[in-house]
Design a protein. Structure first.
Length: 364
């Protein structure tokens, strides 16, 4: 069962760890911190995520046995490494489809690493699953080659489009609102996955969302110290958020009961941040743009959670009620009443309660 207290502890720990990394590196590196702000962002998210997963006691066993373990042991560490290398190499180009791409070799290397990661993340998560069984094995869920190509090709295109558009938007103004939006969408993905029946898969979203939020909230410390930072310094954080969001949606859909339509809507929701570039809003101050972006994203997430809750009440809630009733029956039937209970007639009450609960459960 979900444990809200543990989730709250993990969120607080992840936010604190992320913020402390930013603060400590600012104090230690001082003047040189401006030149490695992108590296600090990636390190802060990584520290917060590891701390949060540690609080929730996620297993770190090798080899990974399922998609969730592969996300924690392969996909997420690979994303941190790629974004760290991208930050070290320099500003990776986000203008993939235009001729204005950065020509430096470092940017090309970083872009190549990202493309490789985006092309392989879906295959890594679905490794050894029923979807990739041989079609001749008799498994009705096995994909044909054309189906697998369509799924992995579509996933690759969707990741490239989401990352490119969000990074390009971050170059304009209020990049922090984009990472906060990603944190909100990831958190909503976790809640929707839990309501779809995969509690542990949904819980995996909590530390990552908190780490993104903590890093974003602490990042203005660097800007205040050095009179502003380049908006591109948060592109590594955006990359981690996009990969994390896609991975959690993939886990929730293919290994839980998160509907395909709901997963697609959640993947596209961060792109609502582009609403701030509509005529009449484009020239607004950064704080107003941030408010518009977060309002649009929050409204969409509220609608998603509303329909997810309706599905939960219709499909899952009756099962939980039956399980609770059966647990109460077991407690009543196998309880050994004390002497006082016998004297007070409580045993007779328990027998009547037993019969009433059994008849109600059978009638369902």
């Amino acid at each position: 069962m979900p444990d809200p207290i543990s989730y709250l502890k993990a969120s607080v720990a992840a936010v604190f760890a992320s913020a402390m990394i930013v603060l400590v590196l600012r104090l230690v590196l001082r003047k040189s911190v401006h030149s490695i702000a992108a590296v600090i962002g990636v390190l802060a998210v990584g520290a917060g995520a590891v701390t949060g997963y540690g609080v929730l006691q996620f297993s770190w066993t090798w080899p990974p046995a399922n998609a969730l373990n592969r996300f924690l042991m392969i996909v997420l560490p690979s994303t941190f490494v790629v974004e760290l290398l991208a930050a070290v190499f320099g500003r990776a180009s986000t203008r993939i489809l235009t001729n204005s791409a950065t020509k430096g070799s470092g940017s090309r290397y970083a872009l190549g690493l990202r493309l490789t990661l985006y092309a392989s993340v879906g295959r890594i998560l679905l490794h050894d699953s029923v979807y990739l069984d041989d079609v001749g094995s008799g498994n009705p869920d096995a994909w044909t080659f054309a189906q697998a190509l369509a799924v992995f090709g579509g996933s690759f295109a969707g990741l490239i489009a989401a990352w490119s558009l969000l990074c390009r938007l971050s170059e304009r103004a209020a990049a922090g609102s984009i990472t906060v939006s990603l944190a909100l969408v990831i958190q909503c993905t976790g809640l929707a996955t839990m309501m779809a029946g995969y509690i542990k898969g949904g819980a995996a979203a909590i530390p990552l969302a908190a780490a993104l939020a903590g890093t974003t909230l602490a990042f203005p410390l660097l800007a205040n110290c050095f009179g502003g930072l380049d908006q591109k310094h948060l592109q590594g954080v955006i990359g981690i958020g996009v990969i994390g969001l896609f991975s959690l949606l993939c886990i929730g859909h293919y290994f839980g009961q998160l509907t395909g339509l709901r997963a697609i809507v959640l993947l596209l929701t961060p792109l609502l941040c582009w609403i701030s570039e509509l005529p009449g809003l484009r020239s607004r101050p950064a704080w107003q743009k941030s408010g518009v972006r977060l309002t649009a994203v929050t409204m969409m997430l509220s609608a998603v959670l509303f329909f997810a809750k309706q599905d939960f009440d219709r499909k899952m809630a009756p099962l939980l009620v039956d399980a609770a009733d059966m647990a109460k029956i077991i407690r009543v039937r196998f309880a050994v009443p004390s002497t006082d209970a016998w004297n007070s007639g409580e045993s007779h009450y328990k027998q009547r309660t037993d019969r009433r609960l059994i008849s109600r459960t059978v009638s369902r």
